[in-house]
Design a protein around this ligand. Sequence first.
Ligand code: XMP
Length: 334
Amino acid sequence: DWEMENFTEKEVNRIRKLVGDKAQVIGAVSGGVDSTVAAKLLKEAIGDRFHAILVDTGLMRLNECEQVKETLQEHLGINLTIVDGSELFLGRLAGVVEPEAKRKIIGGTFIDLFEIEALRIEKGAENTPLAGKVEWFLQGTLYADIIESLSFRGPSATIKSHHNAGGLPARMQNGEAQLKLLEPLRELFKDEVRSFGRQLGIHEDLVMRHPFPGPGIGIRIIGEITPERVEIVRRADHIFISMIKEAGLYQEVTQAYAALDTNRAVGVQGDSRVYGYICILRAVTSLDMMSAEPYEFSWTLLKAISRRIVNEVDGIARVVYDTTSKPPGTIELE
Ligand code: XMP
C-alpha cells in the first residue's frame, strides 16, 4: 500500500543520510522476518557496505542454515558471512541441563562468535580503500520488542532470559568498535514489517514464517543437548511442520514445534521392543505472545502426525501433545 511504499523510500533515504557514503554497518541475521527485512533495507540503502552475519549455533532446524544462505545471499543479494559455531556451542553445552544455564551459554557463545567476526570485518574494512570503518550495528527491533523489554524491567522481572542480539552493542562499545545502533523497524508492528518485507521482494514463505527463538532447539530439548538428540528433534520437527503446511493450517497456527523429553518409553515396532524418547508437540495460537492457546488439531491429523514421527524418526517411541495454555505455561518449554 501507499503508506508502506512511502516508508521504504523514506527509510532508505534516511539510512543513506545517516550512515553516509563511506561507513560500514554490521548486523546479525537469523533467517527470521525481522532481521531479514532490516538486512534487505540496508542492502538497498548502502549495498555491500552492510555485512550480515549468521551464527550457526548448531541449534537451528533441519537445513535451515542452507536455506538462510540461499535466501539472503542468492535471492536477496545481501553480503553475508556464515560463522559455523555448531561444535563450539554443543561443546560448551555438553552436560548442561538447567534451562537458564543453557540460555546463558548459548547467548554468551553467540556474542563471542559475533564479536570475533565483527572485528575481522573491521580489520578487512581498514584494508579496503573505498569503504570506511564499521561504525554501525543493525538491529531488527520492533515496537513490540521495546514494549516487552520495558515491561520486563518491572517487579515481575525476567521469567526467562531472552536471547536475541540485544546484548551486543553494549559489549561492542567496550571493545575497539564503538558501534552506533541502527534500528529501522523500531516504530513498526509485525504486520507492517511483513508488508514492508513483501515490498522489498522477500518471498511470501519467509514473510509469513513462524517466530523461532534465538536459542533455537536448545530450549526445546529438555535435559542434555547432545548431537544425537538435536538430530532427533530436527527430524520430528520437520515432519510436524511439513504436515501442518500440507494440511493448509500453517497460517492458522501462530507457532509450532517438536521437542524432546529426557524420559524414555517402551513401544513395539514390527516384532521388536523399542525403548525411545518421548517427543512433545506444541502448537499455539496467539495475538501477542503474552498469552496463547493450544491449537485444536483434528484428532485424525494429530494421530497421523504421531504415526509418521514414530515410524520415521529413530530414537522416538512416543508422541504427546502439549495442551497447556499460556499462562500458566509458556510457549517454549524452557
Ligand atoms: P515464551 O516461551 O516466553 O515465548 O512464552 C514467547 C515467544 O518468545 C519466543 N522466545 C524467544 N525469542 N529469544 C528469542 O528471540 C529467546 O530467548 C526466546 N525465548 C522465547 C518464543 O519462541 C515465543 O515466540
